[in-house]
Design a binder for this molecule. Structure first.
Ligand code: ADP
Length: 757
């Protein structure tokens, strides 16, 4: 069993669920009390009960007159009623009133029910003549009736005339085709051809045309009625143009929104985070970039992606967005697999109806590759900077006005005397040099800037604070921008003061040397002159001495004893030796005095000639000769003859008595010269004397062992060096010697040919 109270509650719940509003008229205060749903239906906000006349004012006039009438009858005579009324907002309401006996007490109760538009039409057919007038003619909605067989319009209400813009006469002459746009007319045939095309009741959306030609979207609610025995359709017109337009606009904005979203998803990383920093959504692009998928990240803390502890920027971002401000910046996110991604990010806080921030939308543009390029660039720049700062030369960059925009460490510390680069930037040479010097430097820089040409290996100088002359070796090249316009210059200068000083010293030394060489040449010439004159002039008195010694020996032979004769012999021998010395000295001093003209000659001919001249000695010593083929050279003959003569006669002379001289003479062609040699099997020379033998008057043996003057090899050296060659020997004592000398190749028109002797 349910109690009365419980039962009441149950019924009020049923009432609530049915969507009905309830009301009660209380006689005590002649007021109508409304339930909450009842108030809502009527659009009442006040909590107090309302009077009957206030209640009736909520409905349209004049239909509400019948309501008033019915309410009076209801409360006075207990007559129940059911009425359809239109509210001021156009809504159709069904109102019922019925009396209930509650014990002794009579209660006047009622319901309120919102009607759909079609329900009003349904009701219309059931309505009395009296109500027809209110329901059709005074209906706030446009209505008309058309006939099935002719499609002619047979009746309409005032609202219809206003909607379509016709007078009553005009409208009643129309056919339903006339209020349709041309292209929709075939559809009418389709819907009206069959008898059952329209049921008792139908609802459809059409396009209707007004008299002015405006097209409107209408929702019609039609009902089959019979008027004067003809099948007619009574239609209620609901203009939904605005709704359709709004729907279209909505669709359009939805489409626009989805386009934006598509574009956003294609290009950006999107994350939605709630107020508790929990991820609610990540888009596809974000998943691809971060490696986290929706399932893995949704509901997790944003800390996974952007840890706050090691990133002050993300902390700053949170502070900002929590206060409701938009934040922009470059954020570094952590990838699922490790490593990072970079996004240029905008974080927008989103507020609810109460203006409280309840979520944040993070939209980022992936800049990882740009960022890594940036980082690589920064790294590269710092490497380059380290290189230029540590180079021991001055490097600087100036703009078009000559202002320093870069100075390397060497430049600002050693040259400009600054401790940081910053102090030197923006300054020009005017700040560091004398006016004249700076003007010169400026002019040079301007020339480079104007011509766009480099100046390389420029030697410039200035005087430092101590007045010392400092030399710089400078290269300056113009600096071009991406359009090829000169935007400044790069200069590199090296302090070459030390080198310059050394060069200066060398120059002085060279001058001194030249002077000495000249002095030496003069003294050599004087010496040679003296030797020539002396040897030439000495011959005459020597001839006299030998002549008178001969006469002395001849005339006083009878009175001379052996000792006297021996003395005369020694004197004659000395004079003879002196003669040969004088002859050799004369020959030596003549070397190079007269330039003999070069001729083509087969060197073999010279050698052959000398062998012939020494025939007697060769014969006496039983000497054997091996002579190799020689080239034909373009050369002065006498000097070469003298050299061979000396070498061959030495090779015959410096032999031990028991030895048979074996002499080989030959020549080897080398890249730049011809190398001749005279080889013997004689007594040999210790290599200790390799230099000494070529010195004038140097003899290794006494005149008793081997005769000679010590001039021959000195003369050979002089001749060969005059010809541009060299002379040397290889020997070992007791095993013979080989004397070599070279004659440089010249470029004769007729190239030498090797020929046999
Ligand atoms: P000299 O008139 O004494 O031969 P040279 O100038 O021709 O003067 O030679 C200098 C010295 O070199 C000689 O005294 C000799 O001692 C040494 N000499 C030169 N040629 C030979 C040789 N073929 N073998 C050994 N000794 C030599």
């Amino acid at each position: 069993m349910v109690s009365k109270g419980e039962e009441n509650n149950l019924w009020s719940e049923v009432l609530l669920l049915s969507g009905l509003g309830a009301w009660e008229f209380k006689k005590e205060d002649a007021s109508i009390y409304l339930s909450e749903p009842g108030k809502e239906i009527l659009g009442l906000t006040m909590p107090e009960p309302v009077s009957i006349s206030r209640f009736c004012q909520l409905f349209t006039h004049p239909l509400n007159e019948s309501l008033k009438h019915s309410l009076i009858l209801f409360t006075a005579q207990n007559l129940p009623f059911i009425l359809r009324q239109t509210l001021l907002n156009g809504r159709w309401i069904r109102i019922k009133g019925f009396m209930v006996e509650d014990g002794e007490k009579r209660r006047y109760l009622g319901t309120l029910e919102v009607l759909e538009v079609w329900e009003t039409v349904m009701d219309f057919t059931l309505a009395s003549q009296h109500e027809y007038h209110y329901l059709f003619e005074d209906n706030p909605m446009p209505m008309f009736i058309w006939e099935f067989s002719t499609l002619n319009i047979v009746d309409c209400n005032r609202q219809a005339l206003m909607k379509y813009g016709y007078t009553r006469e005009e409208f009643l002459k129309l056919n339903i085709r006339d209020i349709r746009p041309e292209e929709d007319i075939p559809l009418i045939e389709k819907y009206t051809s069959g008898e059952d095309a329209y049921g008792e009741f139908h609802k459809k959306i059409w396009r209707h045309k007004t008299k002015g030609g405006d097209i409107m979207h209408v929702e019609i609610t039609g009902h089959l009625v019979e008027i004067d025995g003809k099948r007619c359709s009574m239609v209620l017109i609901h203009d939904i143009s605005e709704r359709i337009e709004a729907e279209e606009q909505l669709l359009e904005s939805l489409k626009e929104l989805s386009d934006y979203r598509f574009a956003l998803d294609e290009s950006c990383l999107v994350v939605i985070v709630n107020a508790e920093k929990k991820v609610e959504y990540v888009n596809q692009k974000f998943q691809e970039t971060s490696g986290f998928d929706t399932a893995g990240i949704n509901g997790s803390s944003l800390q996974i992606l952007y840890p706050e502890e090691d990133d002050s920027l993300i902390r700053e971002c949170w502070e900002e967005i929590r206060s409701g401000k938009v934040w922009r910046g470059e954020l570094r996110g952590t990838k699922r697999e490790g490593g990072y991604f970079w996004a240029n990010t905008v974080v927008v806080p989103i507020r609810d109806n109460k203006r409280a921030v309840y979520r944040y939308i993070w939209v980022g543009y992936d800049i990882t590759s740009k960022k890594s390029l940036d980082l690589a660039l920064v790294e590269e720049r710092s490497i380059l900077r380290a290189i230029i700062d540590n180079l021991p030369i001055q490097i600087y960059v100036k703009d078009l006005q000559g202002r320093h925009i870069i100075n390397n460490k060497f430049q600002y510390e050693n040259f400009l005397g600054a401790t940081t680069e910053q102090e030197t930037l923006g300054k020009t040479v005017m700040d560091y040099f004398s006016k004249d010097k700076a003007a010169d430097m400026m002019a040079y820089d301007q020339m480079i800037i104007q011509t766009g040409k480099s100046v390389l290996n420029l030697e410039e100088h200035y005087f430092d604070e101590e007045g010392e002359k400092i030399w710089l070796l400078t290269n300056k090249v113009p600096l071009f921008d991406s359009q090829g316009q000169v935007m400044g210059l790069v200069g590199m200068s090296k302090d070459v003061t030390k080198r310059k000083k050394e060069e200066e010293k060398l120059k002085n030394l060279y001058k001194e040397l030249e002077l000495k060489a000249k002095e030496l040449e003069i003294s050599n010439q004087e010496l040679e002159q003296f030797a020539y004159v002396a040897s030439h002039d000495l011959q005459e008195p020597l001839r006299m001495i030998t002549g008178f010694l001969g006469l002395l020996e001849k005339k006083y032979d009878s009175i001379l004893d052996d000792k006297g004769r021996q003395y005369i012999h020694f004197a004659v021998d000395g004079a003879m030796r002196m003669k040969s010395i004088i002859i050799d000295l004369l020959a030596y001093s003549r070397v190079g005095r007269k330039e003999e003209k070069a001729k083509f000659i087969n060197v073999g001919e010279i050698v052959e000639n000398i062998i012939k001249l020494n025939k007697a000695l060769i014969h006496q010593k039983h000497a054997r000769f091996k002579v190799h083929p020689f080239p034909r050279l373009y050369i002065p003959i006498s000097p070469l003859h003298q050299v061979f003569q000396n070498l061959i006669s030495n090779s015959l002379k410096y032999q031990s008595t028991e030895n048979t001289p074996q002499i080989e003479i030959g020549c080897k062609e080398r890249r730049k010269d011809w190398c001749f040699y005279v080889k013997d099997n004689g007594i040999g020379i210790s290599t200790v004397y390799s230099e000494k033998v070529f010195v004038l008057f140097s003899r290794l043996h006494s005149k008793n062992e081997y005769s000679g003057t010590g001039i021959g090899l000195a003369m050979c050296k002089k001749i060969i060096e005059n010809l541009g060659g060299k002379i040397w020997f290889r020997s070992s004592e007791g095993r013979g010697s080989t004397f070599y000398f070279t004659v440089p190749k010249i470029a004769p028109k007729d190239p030498p040919r090797i020929q046999g002797v």
